[in-house]
Design a protein around this ligand. Sequence first.
Ligand code: SAH
Length: 349
Amino acid sequence: MAEPSTSDMNLLGSTREELEQLALECGQARFHGRQLYRAIYSRRVERFDDLTELNKSFRAGLSGEYRVAYPQVDREFVSRDGAVRYLLRLEDGKSIEAVYMPEEGRTTLCVSSQVGCAVDCKFCFTALLGLMRNLTPGEIVGQVLAIVKAQRIPPRARLNVVFMGMGEPLLNLPAVMKAVGILADPNGVGLPVRRITISTAGVVPRIPDLAQEPVRPKLAVSLNASTDEQRNALMPLNRKYPLRQLLAACRAYPLRPREHLTFEYVMLDGVNDSDADSARVADLLRGLRSKVNLIPYNSGPELSYGPSPLKRVVAFQEVLMNRGISAYIRISRGQDVHAACGQLSLAPA
Ligand code: SAH
């Protein structure tokens, strides 16, 4: 809490320690801060009037000065397959997107880490926006809480959160990790940390930083190419951090028992989808505890790439499997409402 006297400050994103400090500053015992923390993230209370467990004077001290405000649902686009794309409005008027994907027995929420993105992958629609700004921890946690509320997801539902929406999470790592801390805290939002995945385009120096985190989500790496030449053309970030460095960082990444790295591979027709590409991917990943998710490309009129035919995707998968690499074909959800991977661009569906 840098500036507790700021009027009407949004408490969403504050940690337990910060709320304990706030309680002390309001002349309350520290444990009232803990109660406030649990009320905001666990009970998901948005109005101080509903915090009946807090004493009246603390509640009165909070109202007027502080608020709990989720990002506002501006629009929602419901896909035939049940996925829902949310256009969320932030307090400065900027918009981000997050996607709700119900599946049998579990639900996955795909959240954004930045408004727009600076990484400039040539096949990605978010890249067209450029980077506007980083999201705050409150705006990240707020995406989860806003969708949980809109979809009435029960507290004990099996919920996965993937940082695969707009932005590059490793270029906003402090805010992302603060949000993960709150999401993964049993007294906070209460998601098991193994159900949270951060996906990176390959910001190599931040990979060992992530490994140092005491509460560490799973890591996914967007590989998307089998040679530096190809990857340079698709993902300019590769010129800074080429494949050799990226895979060295992956090899040095300390995996927990039964944990593996996920490599995402967007299948672009005639660009990166040959059997020779697949054989090279197998060579790159040899010896890594990993799996590959093959993502059929979601195309759009603004970009000239096309999706590989399903037959090609299956053949690519077979080459990987024959070389001992687990590979899965990830059928994209929400394609009809532009909610699928890489389609988040604030374009109307
Ligand atoms: N910046 C992070 C997370 C956001 S992108 C990253 O690069 O991993 C999430 C995933 O969507 C990445 O694997 C990316 O390669 C993929 N993607 C981007 N545009 C896509 C598109 N149009 N179709 C399918 N996947 C796409």
